[in-house]
Ligand binder design. Structure first.
Ligand code: ADP
Ligand code: MG
Length: 617
């Protein structure tokens, strides 16, 4: 959908309305549309510029060239007076973020209610949560997660900006001026009044969205000082409606989270006060329990707990260390120059270069090599917690039991199973693990904390697990041959990051919910979690474009972690300038991007086929 020819322009256009060429008043716009009625579609170009309405300004940034092109991009600006937003809620940071997400959802809902004029649809393989694509007015609204978005910007002075798209109506290839006037001069002001005016919201609603987000942020900030990797509040609702519906499961069968007494702690929230729940300590944590008892659901909530959730989600007070990374097996993925030797030793020589696991590259990883690569890549981008679910792990990577040790001698097995590294990762590198494992008791010896889920109720069984480990020894030998060391950060070869396609210097786009087209290659991110929306994928795609342009121009350099730092710094800088962090990427005024973590961006880069690293020894 989204080509960004200007990606990485260091001087992206300022977002302020006063910087935009004034085109006239709303009355002038009415006249203009009447004049344009019936003329060729390209005449719509005359709408570019700023139109001053009573109570807001409309800025038309980009006009679509024909009715079938991606829709026109516009913004509205409302000053503090007209927005009526309470100053206390516009505080930059979690409050303003929660507020912006709430406003974007409201805008989407109001725009959706205006319906569509039946113009050609916008083909988008899969809409993100809340994308009101059926309507002619459309905004990218977040789903359950609350994170930085570029669709709505709330400023500390209480002014507010919304970025949206408009499918300008046509009769065939002629301008339908009357329909356009209805859309821009009637529907749009209604939407603006419904979404960008505090008085249109139920009392206390905006406050709730701002303060819940601030509280969740505050909970997460307390984790490290308390030596916790995650917190799950009592009363949390973890299950979702379905695999494709992130809203909370409802009904009598839902078991709310109740913490095991032995792990129960109380954390403080600045607004809502104390909250009790389970603190998962640093170290190695096992989640055990029978099939279908809620293990994966807990892990999924922890995986998503790196983000905040909207009020009513059920996971508002489920927070995880922001550097927690889900790792899994993903056979078939490509790997570029990753040192997987801590886990995988000498491989049978498959092809040139493939057998040296100190700089392992392949276009077609196996289950175990892909999982080893995922762990080393996570360490490289700065992960502090690894999350693993048996459902998506490679068995031969996770365990190698006594019988297998007897049958296949160590010399014939290149894999050092994760069970022999998991403690070392914590002891030597401070990297914790939370592992869902219902099928292997070999980990009982390695775990600091053992949880079990029983009909969705969580218990701590660490003591019992120790007893079992003592009375039923595994009889296996530890198979570590050398200490695990942090990977040497890789330096990307700029030539291998080509974002160009045809005549476009930079062509990056999200394709559906889990693919990114980068230049002429396409990468599959369906196995990367937590990926929350198409808009987040777009944010990542734009960041990849930004990196590629920066590397090729020499503006960016260094090893991968430094490049991730540079992206974060650029986004922080934009936020500091009163723009959305995402304005550092793309055109600088895109409304359809959502924030992401360095780990999520790294996951995308790492899956780019054709990626090469420099200095391979
Ligand atoms: P496991 O990983 O232990 O096999 P899952 O986490 O996949 O189990 O959960 C099995 C099913 O139970 C899923 O459909 C999930 O939505 C549902 N479920 C999980 N936790 C709860 C809960 N607390 N209350 C009600 N249903 C739940
Ligand atoms: Mg499971």
């Amino acid at each position: 959908m989204h080509d960004a020819p200007h990606a990485a322009a260091p001087d992206a256009r300022p977002a302020a309305p006063h910087a935009v060429r004034p085109a006239g008043t709303h009355a002038d716009l009415r006249t203009r549309l009447a004049d344009l009625d019936g003329s060729g579609y390209r005449g719509y170009r005359a709408l570019a510029g700023r139109w001053d309405f009573p109570g807001f300004a409309l800025v038309v940034d980009h006009v679509q060239g024909d009715p079938f092109a991606p829709p026109s991009r516009m913004r509205v600006f409302r000053d503090s007076e007209a927005s009526g937003l309470p100053e206390a809620l516009c505080l930059p940071g979690p409050r303003a973020e929660g507020l912006a997400c709430r406003i974007a959802r409201q805008f989407a809902e109001a725009a959706g209610a205006e319906g569509g004029g039946g113009g050609p649809g916008v083909p988008e393989a899969s809409s993100g949560p809340g994308e009101s694509r059926g309507s002619d007015l459309s905004i990218t609204a977040p789903g359950q997660e609350v994170l930085p978005i570029s669709a709505v910007l709330v400023a500390p002075d209480r002014s507010v900006e919304a970025r949206f798209t408009v499918r300008l109506p046509g009769r065939g290839r002629r301008i339908d001026g009357r329909a356009a006037a209805r859309l821009l001069l009637e529907a749009l002001p209604r939407v603006v009044d419904a979404a960008l005016d505090a008085r249109a919201y139920p009392s206390g609603d905006l406050e709730r969205h701002a303060l819940v987000n601030e509280d969740a942020h505050a909970l997460r900030e307390q984790l490290r000082a308390r030596r916790l990797v995650a917190f799950v509040a009592d009363g949390a609702v973890l299950p979702r409606r379905s695999g494709v519906d992130e809203r909370p499961l409802e009904g009598a069968g839902v078991v709310m989270f109740d913490s095991p007494a032995s792990l129960r702690i109380t954390l403080d929230r600045p607004n809502a006060g104390p909250v009790s729940g389970m603190g998962i300590p640093v170290g190695v944590t096992l989640v055990t329990g029978g099939g279908y008892h809620g293990k994966s659901t807990l892990l999924r909530a922890l995986t998503r707990g790196v983000w905040n959730h909207r009020p009513g989600d059920g996971r508002e007070w489920v927070v995880t260390d922001p550097d927690a990374v889900k790792v899994r097996a993903e056979d078939g993925r490509s790997v570029a120059g990753v040192d997987i030797s801590p886990f995988i030793g000498k491989l049978p020589g498959v092809g040139e270069g493939e057998s040296d696991t100190r700089s392992f590259s392949t276009a077609n990883a196996s289950g175990s090599t892909s999982q080893a690569a995922a762990i080393v890549e996570a360490l490289e981008s700065g992960a502090r917690v690894l999350l693993v679910d048996e459902d998506t792990a490679a068995t031969n990577f996770m365990i190698r039991d006594r019988r297998m040790q007897k049958l296949v001698p160590r010399e014939r097995e290149p894999i050092t199973p994760f069970v022999d590294r998991v403690r070392e990762l914590h002891r030597e590198m401070g990297v914790s693990s939370v592992l869902v494992l219902g099928g292997s008791g070999d980990y009982l010896d390695e775990a600091d904390t053992v949880l079990t889920l029983d009909a969705f109720h969580c218990h701590e069984v660490t003591g019992r697990a120790r007893e079992v480990a003592e009375t039923c020894p595994t009889g296996r030998a530890r198979e570590v041959l050398s200490p695990c060391v942090l990977p040497k950060p890789r330096i990307l070869d700029p030539a291998s990051l080509d974002p160009s396609r045809g005549r476009r210097a930079v062509s990056v786009r999200a394709r559906g919910a889990d693919r990114v087209a980068f230049g002429s290659s396409e990468l599959d991110l369906s196995a990367v979690e937590p990926m929350v929306s198409v808009a987040q994928l777009r944010g990542i795609a734009e960041a990849m474009g930004w990196i590629a342009v920066g590397l090729r121009s020499g503006r960016l350099g260094g090893a991968l972690p430094e490049i991730l730092d540079a992206v974060e710094a650029a986004m922080d800088r934009a936020a500091g300038e009163g723009r959305t962090p995402l304005d550092a990427l793309g055109r600088g005024t895109d409304g359809d991007l959502t924030g992401f973590r360095r780990h999520d961006l790294a996951a995308a880069l790492n899956r780019l086929r054709g990626l090469r690293v420099e200095g391979v020894e």
